[in-house]
Design a protein around this ligand. Structure first.
Ligand code: G3P
Length: 222
């Protein structure tokens, strides 16, 4: 399973990249709107930090505009994957991008049929938004399981990118469901590594070790 980080914050991205397990980055207009600088500069700087796909989203709503944006965004750096929402115009733009060899990450996916259409149009990634489905009383992870089954039935190569993940349990469930990628908010990425029993266990090992060494130095032990 690949891990992407879901932010446009350069410090967070550098910190995550330093962990050595980061495979890519996803941004969206909300993330970018929190940063300083031009859109192009922010995306370029992210691409220079992480050696992997960096999703950057179009903001046009008509398909011809989306395709123009996609051409521009994909020219920023070879790592860029263009994020396109799964609307009727978005679908046409995904198809046009696919035919031009522009990689796409299809975003705001909330149903299996949207995912099926995105794959038929040649999407590189599909991003089901699990947390937002949970927010309205659905089981978001069911969508990942269903998409995986449908893509498997027909041999689609579109990668399933579990998005809008809110907790470490979401990551476990996405992995069990066979998601190709999980994109994680920075705080969730950090939480994956921490466990109180690991900390307590290490503290005890080190205390015991240090007490033993002290006794040895005092000549108590032979
Ligand atoms: O990757 C999708 C993500 O940006 C949306 O997450 O938490 O705003 O639903 P969230």
């Amino acid at each position: 399973m690949k891990f992407f980080i879901d932010t446009a914050d350069l410090d967070e991205i550098r910190e995550a990249n330093a962990m050595g397990v980061l495979d890519g980055v996803t941004t969206n207009p909300t993330h970018v709107s929190k940063e300083e600088g031009t859109f192009e500069d922010i995306i370029l700087r992210i691409c220079e930090i992480v050696d992997g796909p960096v999703s950057a989203e179009v903001v046009g709503t008509e398909w011809q505009v989306m395709v123009e944006e996609a051409r521009h965004i994909s020219s920023i750096h070879e790592h860029v994957v263009v994020k396109i929402p799964i609307t009727p115009d978005g679908l046409k733009a995904i198809k046009a991008c696919s035919e031009e060899g522009i990689r796409t990450n299809v975003t705001l996916c909330f149903s299996p049929n949207q995912a099926l259409l995105a794959a038929k149009a040649g999407a590189s990634y599909i991003s089901p938004f699990l947390g937002r489905l949970d927010d309205i009383g659905h089981v978001g992870m069911d969508l990942v399981r269903t998409i995986q089954k449908i893509y498997g039935n027909y041999g689609f190569h579109t990668q399933v990118l579990a998005a809008s993940l809110r907790s470490p349990l979401h990551v476990v469930e996405a992995a069990l469901a066979g998601a190709d990628v999980a994109t994680l908010p920075p705080d969730v990425l950090k939480k994956l590594l921490t466990h109180p029993l690991t900390n307590a266990g290490l503290e005890r090992f080190l205390n015991d070790w240090n007490a033993w060494k002290e006794k040895q130095e005092e000549g108590v032990m032979v």
